[in-house]
Design a protein around this ligand. Structure first.
Ligand SMILES: Nc1ncnc2c1ncn2[C@@H]1O[C@H](COP(=O)(O)OP(=O)(O)OP(=O)(O)O)[C@@H](O)[C@H]1O
Length: 267
């Protein structure tokens, strides 16, 4: 390591850069233990891909960090605050600083796309209607939807457009972190690649931190700075795609060296 800084000096930047810090997380449902002492750091400004076999608790991890599931044990710091122990008011302030895109988009079916985008604004900000209309129109454009999409109901849109609309709503309050649960699931390869590209562009232009649960090897290649593998009830390993290729673990080897992985690498 260049310059050989003192050990204490090395520790400080890592502490400061973690925007999410999960420690000793335990999640149980009845007799089933899904997470058992899970640790994870998400660094500010990165796109982190969360992968793992089916049922390893990727969605549960996302839901636990965002407060939709209360863990049995552990601590979760976001923006340096312990989200499991803050007051309700503090929690609301924290929630305004992140957005979530659930797998199905989770849009309100009785509201138009623009009204969906305005829903978090109505809840958290006191803005005149005309300003909200203008902001919603901007978000529609930001996610690459045609401007007429704002007046449509979710059922009138294609799956890919609904995903974009869900992303626009997640970006409604100009968050610092976005949580994405399998954002490209159900999209055709071209639509999925376009959505990956959109996430990458937004991450770069808005300086977002992206926490993305995915099964999509193409997404991992295209946009993830780092990957965290869930296995054995914890985060087994984190690192770059190149790091993953070196991991000697049956699931990791199969996933990153299997035929689908070779196809994603173009080989
Ligand atoms: N609310 C709940 N009540 C009971 N069990 C739950 C609940 N939520 C999740 N589980 C269980 O926790 C485990 C992990 O679920 P989770 O949805 O996080 O898996 P996943 O890794 O996202 O899987 P997949 O890749 O198939 O989507 C599963 O066995 C699931 O049945």
């Amino acid at each position: 390591m260049d310059g050989a800084p003192a050990p204490a000096a090395q520790a400080v930047p890592a502490e400061r850069d973690a925007i999410i810090r999960v420690r000793g997380l335990v999640n149980r449902f009845g007799t089933q233990t899904v997470h058992d002492g899970l640790d994870l750091d998400v660094m500010r400004g990165e796109v982190l891909g969360i992968v793992g076999g089916s049922g390893t608790g990727k969605s549960v991890l996302l839901r636990t960090i965002t407060g939709l599931n209360r863990p049995a044990e552990g601590s979760i710091e976001v923006f340096g605050q312990d989200v499991l122990r803050v007051s309700a008011e503090e929690r609301t302030e924290i929630e305004k600083r992140w957005g979530v895109l659930f797998q199905d988009g989770a849009l309100f079916s009785s509201l138009t796309v623009a009204q969906n985008i305005m829903a978090p604004m109505r809840e958290h900000l006191k803005l005149p209607q005309r300003l909200m209309d203008a902001l919603a129109a901007m978000k529609v454009t930001l996610v690459g939807l045609p401007s007429f999409a704002g007046a449509k109901f979710p059922s009138e849109l294609s799956g890919g457009m609904r995903k974009r609309a869900g992303l626009a709503r997640a970006l409604s309050l100009e968050p610092e972190i976005v949580f994405l649960d399998e954002p490209t699931a159900g999209l055709d390869p071209i639509g999925a690649a376009a959505f990956d590209e959109l996430i990458r562009q937004l991450q770069q232009s808005l300086g977002l931190t992206v926490f993305m649960v995915t099964h999509d090897l193409d997404s991992l290649h295209a946009i993830c700075d780092r990957i965290a593998v869930l296995a054995e009830k914890k985060v087994l390993v984190t690192g770059t795609m190149a790091d993953m290729m070196e991991v000697d673990h049956p699931w990791v080897r199969e996933y990153f060296h299997g035929p689908r992985a070779r196809a994603a690498q173009g080989g």
